[in-house]
Design a protein around this ligand. Structure first.
Ligand code: PMP
Length: 434
C-alpha cells in the first residue's frame, strides 16, 4: 500500500501545524513514528485516504462515530441545521428536545447544560462541585483521562495515594496540589486518601467503566465503595461518562444492568460528550437540581459558551440518539465485537503472541501481555513496541486502529460480518509476523 500523498501532506503540515496534528493522539509517535494517514472521506465503516486506499475503521474518531461515518439520518439533520443558520446565540427549542432526551435516558440528570467538548464538561463539573461543597480538592484515579483542563492533567505518583504531580508543563504545582490520584479498583487507597484529605475534598471523579487505559471494568463492589466513601466524606461523586454514555446500551453506566457483577449507581454529577454530538463538537454536564443551580445565571459558579448548544451540534446529537433507539443496534455491535475479540484471541494464541482482550459489549481493548489488565499499572506493563508493529501491519492491510496501546477498538452499527472476517484475516497475517 503506498501513501505518498499522506507523507507529502505530513511534511507540509509540520511546517504549519504544531506536530502536524491538531490533537497529539493523532500522531504516530506512540507506534514508532511516521506520517499519519491523511483521510479525505469516510462512509459507514470505511475511511478513504488521500492516496485512495480504503480502510476498515475501528477508531470511530475516538468514540463518537458509533453510527458509522456519514450516517444519512445525521447528515440530513446537519444539512437542515446549516440551512437554518448554524449559530444563533439565543435559546432554541432543539436544546429543550435534546435535554429531554438526555434526561429520559439518564435519570440522575435533573438539569443539564450543553458545552462544546468533554474537556469543558468535566472542567465545569469540578467547578460546580467546588462551588456546592465549598471545598477545593479533587480525587481522581490513575490513568483515567478527563480532558486537558489543568486539574485533571495530573498523574499518579508512586505511592498508593499521592498528591498530584503535573502531567504537563504549564500547570502550576499549586494547582496540582489540589488533586489526589489513587489507583483504579483500589478502595483501600481511596479510603486512605479520603481519611487524609476528605474534609477538603469537593469530589471524586471516576470513569465508571474505564475507556482510557484500555477498557477496564470496575471490580465488583468498587463503584459502590467509591460512592459510599465519597458521600460519607461529604464530597460529590462525578461520573465522567464522555466515553461510556450511549456506548453499551441506550443510556449510561447508571442504568447499565447487562452484567450481573456490575452495579448501576447514580452519581451527583455527570459529564457527557462524544456520542451525544453525533460527530459534531459537543459536551454536556448535569446532575441534581440543587447542585446544578449553582451555575450562572441562577448561582455563583460561572460557565458560558458562544458555541454552546449550537443548532448544528444539537441536531446531529438528536439524530444520533434517534438512530441508537432503533431495536437491536447494540446487540448487533456486541455480537460483532464478540466474534472479532474471540477470533483475535484464537489467532494470537496460535502464533504465540501474548494478548489480553478486555471486551465490554461493542468495544474492546487489546493489551500485548499475558496478565489481566485491571488498573493503569497493569495497562502500562504491556508491550507497546509490539503493539506499534501490530498497528502498522494492520494499517498496511487496510485496517485503521487508534495509534496507541491504550485506546479501544470501537464497533459501529455500520460494520458487517464481512468486515470482521477481513479484519481477522489481516490480524492472522499480522500475528504471524510479530
Ligand atoms: N473524558 C473522557 C472519559 C474522555 O475519554 C475524553 C476524551 N477522550 C474527555 C473527557 C475529553 O473530551 P474532549 O476530547 O471532547 O475534550
Amino acid at each position: 500500500m503506498q501513501r505518498k500523498r499522506s507523507e507529502a501532506l505530513y511534511e507540509e503540515a509540520l511546517q504549519h501545524i504544531v506536530g502536524g496534528v491538531n490533537s497529539p493522539s493523532r500522531s504516530y509517535k506512540a507506534v514508532g513514528g511516521g506520517a499519519p494517514v491523511f483521510m479525505k472521506r469516510a462512509e459507514g465503516a470505511y475511511f478513504y485516504d488521500v492516496d485512495d486506499n480504503r480502510y476498515i475503521d475501528y477508531l470511530a474518531a475516538y468514540g463518537p462515530i458509533i453510527t458509522g461515518h456519514a450516517h444519512p439520518h445525521i447528515t440530513e439533520a446537519i444539512v437542515r441545521a446549516a440551512q437554518n443558520g448554524t449559530l444563533y446565540g439565543t435559546p432554541t427549542e432543539l436544546e429543550i428536545q435534546m435535554a429531554r432526551m438526555l434526561k429520559e435516558a439518564i435519570p440522575s440528570l435533573d438539569k443539564v447544560r450543553f458545552v462544546n467538548s468533554g474537556t469543558e464538561a468535566v472542567m465545569t463539573t469540578i467547578r460546580v462541585a467546588r462551588a456546592f461543597t465549598k471545598r477545593n480538592k479533587i480525587i481522581k484515579f490513575a490513568g483515567c483521562y478527563h480532558g486537558h483542563s489543568d486539574l485533571v492533567l495530573v498523574a499518579a505518583g508512586s505511592g498508593p495515594s499521592t498528591l498530584g504531580i503535573p502531567d504537563s508543563a504549564g500547570i502550576p504545582t499549586s494547582i496540582a496540589q489540589e488533586v489526589i490520584t489513587v489507583p483504579f479498583n483500589d478502595l483501600d487507597a481511596l479510603k486512605e486518601a479520603l481519611e487524609r484529605w476528605g474534609d477538603d475534598s469537593a469530589a471524586v471523579m471516576v470513569e465508571p467503566i474505564v475507556g482510557n487505559f484500555g477498557m477496564v471494568m470496575p471490580k465488583p463492589g468498587f463503584l459502590e465503595g467509591v460512592c459510599k466513601l465519597t458521600r460519607e466524606a461529604g464530597a460529590l461523586v462525578i461520573y465522567d461518562e464522555v466515553i461510556t454514555a450511549f456506548r453499551f446500551h441506550y443510556g449510561t453506566t447508571q442504568t447499565f444492568n447487562v452484567f450481573p457483577d456490575f452495579k448501576a449507581i447514580e452519581p451527583d454529577l455527570t459529564a457527557l460528550g462524544k456520542i451525544i454530538g453525533g460527530g459534531l463538537p459537543i459536551g454536556a454536564y448535569g446532575g441534581r437540581k440543587e447542585i446544578m443551580e449553582q451555575v450562572a445565571p441562577l448561582g455563583p459558579a460561572y460557565q458560558a459558551g458562544t458555541m454552546a448548544g449550537n443548532p448544528a451540534s444539537i441536531s446531529a446529537g438528536i439524530a444520533c440518539l434517534e438512530v441508537l433507539q432503533e431495536a437491536g443496534v447494540y446487540d448487533r455491535m456486541n455480537d460483532l465485537a464478540t466474534t472479532l475479540a474471540d477470533g483475535l484471541r484464537t489467532s494470537a494464541a496460535k502464533h504465540g503472541v501474548p494478548l489480553t482482550i478486555n471486551q465490554i459489549r461493542g468495544s474492546f481493548s487489546t493489551h500485548f501481555c499475558d496478565h489481566p489488565v485491571t488498573n493503569y499499572d497493569e495497562a502500562q506493563d504491556t508491550d507497546g513496541e509490539m503493539f506499534g508493529r501490530f498497528f502498522k501491519l494492520m494499517l498496511e492491510q487496510g485496517i485503521n486502529l487508534a495509534p496507541s496501546k491504550y485506546e479501544a477498538w470501537f464497533l459501529t452499527i455500520a460494520h458487517t460480518k464481512e468486515d470482521i472476517a477481513a479484519t481477522l484475516a489481516a490480524a492472522e497475517h499480522a500475528f504471524s509476523k510479530l
